[in-house]
Design a protein around this ligand. Sequence first.
Ligand code: ADP
Ligand code: MG
Length: 680
Amino acid sequence: MNLQNKVTAIKGIGPRKSVALNKLNIESIEDFFFFYPRDYEDRRELRNIISLRDGMTALVKGKLILMIKGRGRIPRKQTLKLFVQDETGGMEVVFFHAGFLEKTLQKNEEYLFYGKVSVTMGKIQMLHPDVSKYEPDQEQAIMPVYPLTGGISQGEMRKWQRTAMTYLSELEEYLPENTLERNRLCGIRYAVEHIHYPDDRKQLMEAKYRLIFEELLFLQTGLLAIKNKMISKEAGIRFSASARMEAFTGLLPYGLTGAQKRVLSEINQDMESAKTMNRLVQGDVGSGKTIIAAAAMYKAVKSGFQTVMMAPTELLARQHFEGLKSEFLNYDFKVGFLSGSIPPKEKKDILKQIETGELDIIIGTHAVIQPGVKFSSLGLVITDEQHRFGVNQRALLSKKGENPDVLVMTATPIPRTLAVILYGDLDISIIDEMPPGRQQILTRAVKSDGREASYEFVKREVMKGRQAYIVAPLIEDSENLDAKSALGLYDELKNRFHDFSVAFLHGAMKQTDKDLIMKRFHEGEIQILISTVVIEVGINVPNATVMLIENAERFGLAQLHQLRGRVGRGEEQSYCILISDGGSQVAGARAEIMKSTNDGFLIAEKDLELRGPGEFFGMRQHGVPELKLADLVRHIKILNTVREEAERLLLEDPMLAGMNHAKLKGKIDKMFKNTENLNI
Ligand code: ADP
Ligand code: MG
């Protein structure tokens, strides 16, 4: 058997089952090896019924004495009760929605029941245990429990895993000998065998350690390799020391915060040195990153270079364009705007002005990385809200110049643990201080019965001259989803708030329409803006004081925090209202966190603690491959060892091109194959 053969090579797996398996990312025989159990059932010890205690999970062998089928219209959904006996006593076994289980059981036969025990008032019960016929020579082992998908049963998965495991001897080691030895890792066959079928805890731990280690190693090595490719080792531009940022910042109507000053001096140092700047500026929403970018741009232009800033949405790019144009009004800088939506003729002119060097500062969307855009002397490249861009897009932007300095800005706070592995040797500057006079945004979570009062509140704020955002998860009503839509709300609220000017904004609108609405909202002409999450990023309207979020349970913490950051940008007290009727426990916990703090970094840390399956603050947002066993919080110690190992491997063989690294490289490539959106 070739391990790369499709799963259908296994007897019993036809096209239908194979589709279901594909959903679990099991396509080849080998994939079974790396599809790990989510849990184990310890079936080594048979228990007497008399020894069962409330809350324990146990394996019981018992004779089926009696079956009672409950009533109900639909036979499949009827309850089935069994009375089971062993030498020591009797217990009741209950199945709700028992299906046709009854037909597979026979009175007076012996069965094994594995499940959770409840004892109430002396009555011993098992709810929904696993049932199997007792075979005298049956092995009592630690059984794997697999995560499943529709169309596959636990029994099937176990059977196929068993079959796949018979080909385990064909699996070859892919970690270099040295790596195994240095880190005392067990071999891959041992690890695979015992992650599925451990005889005891020790074996399981050995197997797990190796597999967690390799998972983190693939991740870390892959990330470092990408980084090595991106960070230029060649000499960079030395920007002029006489082009002093203070000459620009000194004329601002406000003084910079201490944090802003510190970050600017870090940037200044990078820019004046011969090393190519590669710096991430992390600062919570409203911490004043734009002016940092402006100061760096000032220095670049004064030193005789062009500079470009790329923003993820047209809305944001335009806002930066308008803002920076007025920031530089008193200088003889030429500022241009480029996006996909500007008319061809105008675009041609701008492209020419970029190429001849007539434009000093170019602000735009992804349009700035298109092949037709050529700069004459690009010295500084800035991306705003970098978590929206992929690694490749950023690399493309840098390639528009010859080793330009790079500044990336993000409002997405990244927990320290994550920053270490994601950013590695990228320099990080943190703006950990807000401009003075900002108030805490008061956050309240209400159920839908609090909607009326919330709308009244919005009304009062607007009457005071303030503005409000109302955000819904969907654009239009959907039959399939039970959630508010922005359009539905707009229809409802434009009547309710008929004395006010209400507008509707969503991402699929024509650019010119969006721009017009934002402009009118900015100028205060629109008082209530009903929208989807398009307003999430970077929008700055200081007079807006209310952010009302419908179906808050549908948003992640990062998103909620970003949305909330749209208010509290001026002098007035601002408010965030989260409307939600439940959702998961995690959603509830998220609302609690939002209520308790405004600090983005703290929120990120909390989210890391809280994250449920499949939702990991930052990781997904950063397009980082999913981890199966490893946990970046719990395994931080292993991660440190892994990092050393990854660095050693890349030092030895920077491209992992050696024969002895070919298999390892294959594994890393596989892990990173779906990461076009990776942005680090
Ligand atoms: P973000 O970090 O979210 O991009 P912005 O750069 O949009 O934040 O800044 C938010 C607002 O704060 C802007 O109106 C900006 O002019 C203002 N601002 C920035 N720095 C200061 C400061 N040191 N003092 C007062 N206001 C500031
Ligand atoms: Mg910003």
